[in-house]
Design a protein around this ligand. Structure first.
Ligand SMILES: [Zn+2]
Ligand SMILES: [Zn+2]
Length: 134
């Protein structure tokens, strides 16, 4: 991972940590700082194929800058749509992924089905063990 990508990742993770703690204003501050550090400069591109699509950074900015600005912009849009309560840190044992809860009843606790299944299996085994000990 490039230095820029790592910095973006750390910045995004910080937003999730602040937001997951319920601090809306803190999340806004952190997101605004990221937006300033990774500004978007929308540009239509077609390369040679003529398949028009949008890039979010200026010509020649590089894939890292494109990724960073796109990720920060996406998260800022998600925040204005969903609010801090939908930003979560995975409850999976030993998992440090984050997630955006877009479920209708805001019930998500894991980053993926894999973590949810693992936690379910672990809880099931723990119950079995507890029963066996009795
Ligand atoms: Zn392109
Ligand atoms: Zn996870």
């Amino acid at each position: 991972m490039s230095e820029l990508a790592a910095a973006v990742r750390a910045g995004l993770r910080e937003v999730f940590e602040i937001a997951a703690g319920g601090d809306n204003l803190g999340a806004v501050d952190a997101l605004n700082a990221l937006l300033e550090a990774h500004p978007i400069r929308p540009r239509i591109s077609g390369h040679d194929s003529g398949l028009w699509h949008l890039h979010v950074t200026g010509h020649g900015a590089g894939i890292g800058a494109e990724y960073g600005a796109g990720a920060v912009w996406g998260l800022a849009v998600a925040f204005t749509k969903w609010g801090a309560t939908r930003f979560g840190l995975c409850s999976g044992n030993g998992c440090d992924n984050v997630y955006l809860d877009t479920s209708t009843n805001a019930s998500r606790r894991f980053c993926s089905d894999r973590c949810a299944t693992r936690a379910h299996v672990a809880a099931h085994r723990a119950r079995k063990r507890a029963q066996a000990a009795n």
